[in-house]
Design a protein around this ligand. Sequence first.
Ligand code: MV4
Length: 582
Amino acid sequence: MAFFSKALVANRGEIAIRVFRTLRELGIGTVAVYSDADRSAAHVAYADEAYLVDSYLNQQAILDAARRAGAEAIHPGYGFLAENASFAKACVGAGIVWIGPPPEAIEAMGSKIEARERMRAAGVPIVPGVTEPVESAEEVRRLGDELGWPVAIKASAGGGGKGLKVVRTADEAERALESARREGEAYFSDSAVYVERYLEDPRHVEVQVLADAHGHVIHLGERDCTIQRRHQKLVEETPSPAVDDALRERIGGIAVDAARAVGYQSAGTIEGLLSRDGEYFFLEMNTRIQVEHTVTEMVTGLDLIREQVLVAAGEPLSLRQEDVRLVGHAIECRINAEDVSNGFLPAPGTITAYHEPSGPGVRIDSGVVAGSEISPLYDPMIAKLIVHGVDREHARRRMLRALDELVVDGVKSLIGFHKALLTHPCFIEGGTCHGLVESELMAARAAELENGTCPGTVPGHVREQIPSVRSVEVNGKRFEVRLLKPEPPFAELARRRRERERARAGGGAGKDAVVSPMQGTVLAVEVSEGDEVEAGQVICIVEAMKMENEVHAHRAGRVTELSVAPGEPVKTSQVICVISGD
Ligand code: MV4
């Protein structure tokens, strides 16, 4: 049943291996590409053959590798060139089958403004707002009055929440609009933005669709991806705790309509927001296989990559809507090399020890072994841990068991964070957990539960254990010993926080320093020396990694010692100004 004799995967890491596995099951030869930094990566070792490229984004180099290998098809994975319509066209132009959606569907969904208009015309519910670019702050204010405050400003070329600005009141419109446009320009070279109503405390619920070249479009139920941080998904599950059979049928129908409206083929995802009162709105479509496709595979028993290959080969889907059975509950935790106590900063490095969990209902998709390097050049994902259980509580406990078995040493990871989150009442109840993810409580609990913190190996402070003095006998001789144990890591965090707070209290009563929360560049300074400010007022805007961050006054008072100007670099904790007054 070989549809192609060879296929190339234009990607790296766990998703390259994930695709190779299916290709191998189908009897299709596997071709890897790899960068200089990935010479000893696991995806290269897994493939039948591999070709060096200077970058996973170099379209010509990848097409050359496919030609040299004699590959008949290219699978892009996710990220890199996955949603690049011109690369899809270039593949087809070179006589290579593109294992993905039609380039026209990628283009239509790539512009969020165009996608909203196409969906509105097709009768798909979109978040109330405009389907044309918004040019002026005046328009934003008018839309706020019309739709109700707050409103969201989003970049048309964005996606996944990049460039999202929340505008709570009319007087924030000007600055938010300018900021959103600048971010759109910096990220996507496209400053077009649109405005829609901002929903409070929604759930991120997306629907998996499959479509073939014979007019069949089906959905495979939803995934709940509400647990995110700065629009990075951290935990995904299916079914959603907030979706019952009737709602599933309704949003499944919406997703099928959305896919049909752009002539979709292959696997795709309709992302949407589920409001507190059960309204469902289209947000955007992801025209690729997603990281979290795995949970859908667990409850459907399907191989979504296999369906993609079948569709690309012109075959019909392997099942009809009425054949779809959703069984049990699946959860995925993303195991990233990130430092939770340091704002989830990527923590690249060498994995010194590595052990994967297994046993009933456990799946792990990874591209690392002990000795692997998590490169600062790429996404810091180490692995995806996925479990399947008969119901949500069974899956949750199974995930905790699997997290306990998982060992990742040498780099900081999200293992402790996931243990903390999955034991928190908010997650147990199936709440949205908004705000919890970034909380100090989570960081402290995560540090406490992180693997590799066994007593004796934790550097730094020790405490006397209570009761402290014990008697022991060694070779018939009696000793009194004082027991010391490592201080729990959260104590270290608490101390650092106290130190930061002391540093902020910039010398003397009635004076408080405002410090930069990050290293970056000052884009704008919104106050002048001597100004009276209110608590919460914006002092300046600091740009870091192309994201704009407002620095606020934490108290009311008079601005003195203003020491930054637009265009200047600032370091973390650098004093920006002092606010004084009683
Ligand atoms: C929103 C929103 C509220 N109102 N759009 C967009 C992409 C996704 N990553 C987050 N996005 C949001 N878009 C409107 N009109 C709130 C979010 C949002 C969110 C939504 C569901 C679950 C968690 C979230 C975390 C941050 C922002």
